[in-house]
Write a protein that binds this ligand. Structure first.
Ligand code: IPE
Ligand code: IPE
Ligand code: MG
Length: 251
């Protein structure tokens, strides 16, 4: 396996877990079997990320647009989600992982929300990795919700327009309190963002692999992280400025 520098891991890793349906269809199986296999990959990635010392892991599990899928698939995904949370909460406790959810939770079924609340509450005092599940999540919808709450506070006189900075806006997002992702992995060969974290991905390093999510392995995760470590993040500066900064921090 590619050796990783523990000091150069992403603080926040985000993943668009894609390709469950195609994985199943290629094997003449029902799409839900692909989602079930995908849940096994989730367990592996959560465990590995926590072992590696990654502080924040955010997984795109269900998008606003995924509500348009056939009712049976949506229902099966909600059942799978509930089962996953039930099964995994004990492991999250052992591994000191804290659950967090982003997205429009009002759209989720009541029983799913109850399961989520229970898991969030139980893991609230854990101090290890923060595992954020993006559920009924859409980046544009999140931005609209944030803008609406900001406008409410402005109308109520709690803030004035001159207070509106990127930092303040950030705090109104579902992700308020989380750092922006350093690294985004998308599986299944699609090279798009699909309405995920539109604001937060401004300077995120992007990584695409053809592997479908159920086939994504520990080796592939390490390969992706090694790729991240080989990149120079410039944030608009010149390469020389970044090198100098690195020299100073190493001095
Ligand atoms: C990702 O796999 C899981 C969800 C979006 C819920 P897909 O179900 O999108 O799989 P493909 O893209 O159809 O293969
Ligand atoms: C993105 O995958 C959403 C999730 C992984 C949950 P989709 O499969 O829904 O994205 P598109 O439709 O291919 O863009
Ligand atoms: Mg897909």
């Amino acid at each position: 396996m590619t050796p990783l520098d523990p000091l150069k891991l992403p603080v926040h890793l985000a993943v668009i877990m894609d390709g469950n349906g195609r994985w199943a269809q290629q094997r003449m199986l029902k799409r839900i079997i692909g989602h079930q296999r995908g849940a096994e990959t989730v367990k592996m990635v959560v465990e590995q990320a926590s072992l590696l010392g990654i502080k924040y892991l955010t997984l795109f599990a269900f998008s606003t647009e995924n509500w348009s899928r056939p009712t049976l698939e949506v229902r099966a995904l909600m059942t799978l989600l509930k089962k996953y949370i039930h099964q995994e909460t004990a492991r999250m406790m052992r591994k000191n992982i804290r659950y967090n959810v982003i997205g429009n939770r009002c759209e989720l079924p009541d029983d799913v929300n109850e399961t989520l609340d229970e898991a969030i509450c139980k893991t609230a005092n854990n101090t290890g990795m923060v595992l954020t599940l993006a559920l009924s999540y859409g980046g544009r919808q999140e931005l609209c919700r944030a803008a609406a709450r900001l406008a409410q506070d402005a109308v109520a006189g709690k803030i004035s327009t001159s207070d509106i900075t990127t930092g303040l806006f950030d705090s109104y997002l579902d992700t308020g309190g989380l750092p922006d992702p350093d690294f985004l992995i998308r599986t299944s060969g699609e090279m798009r963002i699909s309405n995920f974290l539109l604001w937060q991905l401004a300077y995120t390093e992007l990584y695409f692999t053809d592997t479908n999510w159920p086939d994504f392995t520990i080796n592939e995760l390490h390969k992706a992280l090694a790729d991240f470590q080989s990149r120079e993040r410039r944030f608009g500066m010149t390469g020389d400025q970044i090198t100098q900064r690195g020299d100073l921090s190493n001095a």
